[in-house]
Design a protein around this ligand. Structure first.
Ligand code: NAI
Ligand SMILES: NCC(=O)COP(=O)(O)O
Length: 348
């Protein structure tokens, strides 16, 4: 059973590139050799994307008739308001319904992992669903209050794996300093340590923690968070986890030099860390997307099941042009399989 994990693959926002990357990723026979994949979304939306795309791309597309689909169609009026390239209340209602169904079926033991297609948070809001993103809906429905957004990418140049956990995620930049606290970082570090051990077999990892201010505050001259609580929190964390190697607070700009070199294969990989804890969304995701836009996978840690997702968004600007790359979705499927196997997640 565990040789062939059962995965729910949601379409994401049907007005975005979700259907295209799903059709392209599932056209690759190797995907079906590693997992039993069920597409969760509207069959008619998938068929209409297929019809539009087969005239504008030479890349292989899976035929919808050949796929296992859990058909989640909405009422006719809502479906008719879904317009390729435009996220709106109808497309938000659809992508929300797909994810709700995938979560319910997974909690009922039908799937061991969910791979989510990209959604637009603004379309969810237009549909009346006030969540910062898919992560929070997954956590809420799973009854989990402690969870984290971890990005994982394996370098095609060196095979080195970049793992970046975000301490804060979808909040305004100006809310970051007041949201960060020793308690929040302790929660995120605990989740990260457990995940590195359980999911990646790293029992004594080396972890680098970013500073908040330029040059980590330059001893308080450029910001006080490091002196006031980040450095004391790190000292306490070293006492709590004596077997771990915790570096920080590393000046946020230079933090990414060694991972960049390890990614490109230019320096000994041992100089880089097993994981990076970034303090806010763009501090972590600018380097991840610069190095690995086509490969990085977003995974939610702390859930009772595996959840992965491509790192990119809905890309409304290129919908139905046939140019969307499916690599990040393929990597998300591969990582989901790897994590299910590693955890030994049983079905009901
Ligand atoms: N996993 C998810 O659900 C995510 C959702 N989003 C949402 O997506 C929406 C658009 O966000 P943006 O910041 O514009 O990011 P985006 O990733 O949708 O697009 C950024 C740029 O990259 C290009 N691009 C993205 N994916 C591509 C692919 N697979 N192949 C080729 N080119 C690709 C787009 O055409 C665009 O030029 C927002 O509503 C955002 O909240 C963003 C990131 C992740
Ligand atoms: N920047 C990551 C992102 O937007 C994904 O969020 P989520 O929908 O997976 O919570």
């Amino acid at each position: 059973m565990l040789e062939f994990p059962k995965i729910a693959l949601t379409l994401g926002d049907p007005a975005g590139i979700g259907p295209e990357v799903v059709l392209k990723a599932l056209a690759d026979a190797s995907t079906h050799l590693m997992a039993q994949i069920t597409v969760v979304g509207s069959r008619s939306q998938l068929v209409s994307s297929y019809e539009a795309l087969r005239h504008c791309t030479h890349e292989p597309l899976a035929e919808p008739d050949q796929l296992a689909i859990l058909d989640i169609s909405l009422d006719r009026q809502t479906e008719s308001q879904i317009t390729p390239g435009i996220g709106n209340a109808a497309s938000g209602a659809a992508s929300f319904a797909y994810l709700e169904a995938a979560i319910a079926q997974t909690l009922a033991g039908k799937f061991q992992a969910i791979v989510t297609g990209p959604i637009a948070k603004s379309a969810w809001k237009a549909a009346g669903h006030l969540y910062p993103g898919q992560t929070e809906l997954l956590a809420e429905r799973s009854g989990v209050s402690r969870f984290g957004m971890l990005f994982v990418a394996q370098s095609p140049h060196s095979q080195w794996v970049l793992r970046t956990l975000l301490a804060t995620t979808h909040i305004p930049l100006r809310a970051v300093p007041e949201t960060l606290s020793p308690a929040l970082l302790a929660t995120k570090l605990k989740l990260l340590v457990a995940c590195l051990d359980q999911d990646f077999g790293l029992a004594t990892p080396r972890i680098a923690i970013a500073g908040l201010n330029p040059h980590s505050g330059e001893q308080g001259q450029l910001g006080r968070e490091e002196q006031d609580w980040l450095i004391p929190w790190l000292e306490e964390s070293r006492r709590i986890y004596p077997a771990l190697h915790l570096d920080g607070p590393v000046p946020p700009d230079t933090l990414w030099v060694k991972p960049g070199q390890a990614w490109l294969g230019g320096e000994p990989l041992t100089l880089a860390h097993d994981a990076y804890l970034a303090l806010y969304h763009d501090q972590g995701l600018i380097p991840v997307k610069l190095l690995a836009f086509d490969r990085a996978v977003n995974t939610t840690i702390g859930l009772p099941f595996v959840r992965t997702s491509p790192d990119h968004g809905t890309a409304f600007d290129i919908v139905e042009q046939g140019v969307a790359r499916p690599v990040s979705t393929q990597e998300a499927l591969k990582l989901a399989v790897q994590l299910v196997r590693q955890r030994g997640t049983p079905l009901d």
